[in-house]
Design a protein around this ligand. Structure first.
Ligand code: ZN
Length: 161
């Protein structure tokens, strides 16, 4: 399941985490206020914002008013409202650009990653926009722990399916 979000410019860390989980989250310095609403309406996205005024004004666009200042609580709130399997699509998008990443042959990136990483990892992906290389396996455990730390209770996240 991929949700489509339009993330207010004040919630950058939340946007990055949603992307790491494979969710489609647009975000940018220009996305706030009316511009954010217009963007979300045009692209059929759910607005994530801490802007109370915005949440009162625009009832025609789905909007989740984020309650906390802390990104763990923010992410927990979003995943409670819009449950996803956190590991299902892990590292399928670029955390920086939101573009879906594509698998890249190991040989092609030999000079682009640290030697230790190259020696120990077999699976690499690349962002077609910024060319950033990811090696998902290294981060899966960390992300799993991070998510487990805020997913209970209530546990809305499935695992092992
Ligand atoms: Zn990128």
């Amino acid at each position: 399941m991929v949700h489509r979000f339009a993330v207010d410019k004040m919630l950058g860390r939340l946007a990055s985490w949603l992307r790491i989980l494979g969710q489609d989250a647009t975000y940018g310095a220009h996305l706030s206020g009316r511009t954010l609403v217009r963007h979300a309406r045009t692209e059929g996205r759910v607005i994530l914002t801490r802007d109370r005024r915005l949440s009162r004004q625009h009832t025609d666009v789905p909007l989740l008013l984020i309650a906390s200042d802390h990104f763990r609580e923010q992410l927990r709130q979003v995943l409670t409202a819009y449950p996803v399997d956190p590991l299902d699509r892990l590292f399928t998008r670029c955390a920086r650009c939101n573009d879906p990443v594509i698998p890249v042959p190991r040989e092609e990136i030999a000079d682009r990653v640290p030697p230790y990483v190259y020696a120990t990892q077999t699976r690499f992906v690349r962002c077609p926009r910024c060319q950033r290389i990811y090696w998902p396996a290294t981060h899966v455990e960390r992300v799993r722990r991070e998510i487990e730390s805020f997913s209970h209770p209530p546990c809305v996240l499935r695992s092992g399916t």
